[in-house]
Ligand binder design. Structure first.
Ligand SMILES: [Zn+2]
Length: 362
């Protein structure tokens, strides 16, 4: 069983501004940590170079007018929204980032590795067909899923556990019954969507499942959501491929969110997702990096946890930044557990008409 890590030094170049949360150090520090832990010395872990996404592959998701705009603005610099400007040259990095996701899918689909982590940036899950948004330019996840479907993996489960709702990905597959989109995200938080009653439309009705989480949600509740909603529905959907929008901004040290997941918690979550893939689709799972802005104190550890779970390494060595344990205690909220249970009940009641597996107990 081999695990691929897709990475390119060009992912360290993109920068909106030195103080922007989505900055180059996100991956620079991670890389240092992975080297320090000897991850690349492990035989079953392979470092893989990305390729560029082709225009045709991008146009499966995005509108030609937007791509033309992005390409043109990228030559001189421009702006999409308050959070998302267009630095010179971002188009080239964005197609290499989307291509990183494609490469990860390719090596898993072709059996070169069992599973893979696309350690890419810029991220993608807020990007919509007609615009970028929220630090995202191209929807890497959606471009990858369309590619997989062309390769014959028709039914794809997208698990988006970034702290922010993956509104772009949701919109792209909202009327599609071949893609099951399940998102956990903090609420309230940007972009303000992701309510449980957003369940899909037309033949896609029931194939969008939103599970909002209150500030202070910690490991136990994440795992409860996984066990009570994600796992049963995933089994019932029976995907050919699992794709994870792995946002690492749920960590208790993240500066722009209020959740309380630990690095070890990330490892446990990813392990469950890997086990699901082993049971349902011959182990085929790709994780794509989305957010995660605790650049120094969390992202290197959470990325390490994701890789360790994919590569079936012992998770015992995954640690938290020690001096931050008091911060974890401060971030955790006693009311969160109860609120998460309420939200689980609400999601189950809304979705029990679509999913038999959610009809039992309360
Ligand atoms: Zn995020």
């Amino acid at each position: 069983m081999r695990t691929g890590i897709v990475f390119h030094p060009k992912y360290l170049e993109h920068e909106q501004s030195p103080t922007h949360p989505e900055r180059r150090e996100r991956l620079a520090y991670t890389l240092d940590q992975l080297i320090e832990e000897g991850i690349f010395d492990i035989d079953r872990i392979m470092m893989i170079q990305p390729r560029k996404a082709s225009l045709d592959e991008i146009l499966e998701v995005h509108e030609p007018e937007y791509i033309e705009f992005l390409k043109k603005e990228s030559e001189k610099g421009g702006i999409i929204d308050y959070d998302t400007n267009i630095p010179v040259g971002v188009f080239e990095t964005a197609i290499l980032s989307a291509g990183g996701a494609l490469k990860a899918a390719e090596i898993v689909a072709d059996g070169l590795v069992r599973n893979a982590f696309a350690m890419i940036r810029p991220p993608g899950h807020h990007a919509k067909p007609y615009t970028g948004a929220g630090f995202c330019y191209l929807n890497n996840m959606a471009i990858m899923v369309k590619f997989l479907q062309k390769k014959g993996f028709e039914r794809v489960l997208i698990l988006d556990w970034d702290a922010h709702h993956g509104d772009g990905t949701q919109e792209i597959f909202y009327e599609d019954d071949s893609v099951l989109f399940i998102s956990t995200h903090q609420m309230p938080l940007y972009p303000g969507t992701g309510y449980p009653d957003e369940t899909g439309k037309g033949k896609g009705e029931g194939y969008t499942i939103n599970i909002p989480l209150p500030p202070g949600t910690s490991d136990e509740e994440y795992l409860l959501v996984f066990d009570t909603i994600i796992e049963p529905v995933a089994k019932e959907f029976d995907p050919d491929f699992i794709a994870v929008s792995a946002g690492q901004d749920n960590h208790f040290t993240d500066p722009i969110t209020d959740l309380a997941l630990t690095a070890r918690g990330y490892g446990e979550l990813m392990k469950r997702a890997v086990n699901l893939a082993e049971k349902l689709c011959n182990g085929r799972i790709v994780a794509i990096l989305e957010g995660g802005y605790s650049v120094e104190h969390a992202l290197p550890y959470t990325n390490l946890a994701i890789i360790s779970a994919l590569a079936d390494l012992d998770l015992d060595f995954i640690r938290e930044p020690e001096s931050y344990l008091s911060q974890l205690r401060w971030r955790k909220r006693s009311y969160a557990a109860e609120k998460v249970r309420d939200n689980i009940r609400e999601v189950k009641s809304l979705h029990s008409r679509y999913w038999r597996s959610l009809r039992t107990d309360g």
